[in-house]
Design a protein around this ligand. Structure first.
Ligand SMILES: [Fe+2]
Ligand SMILES: [Fe+2]
Length: 220
């Protein structure tokens, strides 16, 4: 009989002593974790975002080299072929400038897939597939695609140059501004080509109604 009474008492003691020990260990771990991983400042977050965007446009420019080769090959008007060839050379310069920027920031030049540029150049591929070879209509389509590319680059370099200034990177901002000016120039040249030559030729395609004539007839 006495043996049966003693056994529950000893079990009770063990159960009540354990929880406080576990609690103390857990508290210590939380304090240590806070010290190891401090919250990043807004400036750190902004700098990381800037670097990420640089990687994005670096991929875009490299991808564009391949796209410009394809566009030049598929263009009909010699002036347009020449414009694509020239801009390929200019784009190679943009890649070198971005590598200079990575160097100034003491970072390796890393390319991160730019979904926007992948999509715009895919649209260029679709235009080539959907328009007959050797027509001015295809040239008009290629100018559309190329101007979308330039507008994307203008938006990106404009924002990057501004962000570099905000981060106190004046020298980086000036490099990006140089590229921005060249993107704007390329866009203007494409507009001139579209207005002065390609569009006119497309609307006078032999005796058959051209693309723009058909559109005009549909409208009214
Ligand atoms: Fe560019
Ligand atoms: Fe460009």
């Amino acid at each position: 009989m006495p043996t049966v009474k003693k056994s529950p008492t000893s079990k009770k003691k063990t159960v009540t002593k354990q929880p406080p020990v576990v609690k103390k260990v857990a508290q210590k771990k939380t304090t240590a974790a806070k010290k190891i991983a401090p919250k990043p400042s807004d400036k750190d977050l902004l700098a990381n975002f800037f670097l990420d965007e640089l990687k994005d446009i670096y991929w875009a420019e490299k991808h564009l080299i391949k796209a410009l080769i394809k566009m030049e090959k598929n263009a009909t008007a010699s002036a347009l072929k020449e414009a694509f060839a020239n801009h390929r050379g200019v784009t190679e310069g943009h890649i070198t400038r971005l590598e200079d920027v990575f160097g100034l920031l003491k970072q390796k030049p890393i390319a991160k897939k730019c979904e926007a540029m992948a999509g715009i150049t895919k649209e260029g591929d679709d235009i080539i597939e959907e328009t007959p070879k050797g027509t001015e209509t295809r040239d008009v389509g290629l100018i559309f695609a190329a101007q979308k590319v330039e507008h994307y680059e203008i938006a990106t370099y404009g924002s990057l140059a501004e962000l570099a200034r905000t981060l106190g990177l004046q020298n980086v901002s000036e490099i990006l501004e140089e590229t921005l000016a060249e993107e704007k120039q390329a866009d203007e040249e494409l507009s001139k080509l579209a207005v002065r030559s390609i569009n006119e030729e497309a609307s006078h395609e032999e005796e058959k109604p051209g693309f723009f004539e058909r559109i005009a007839n549909m409208i009214g």
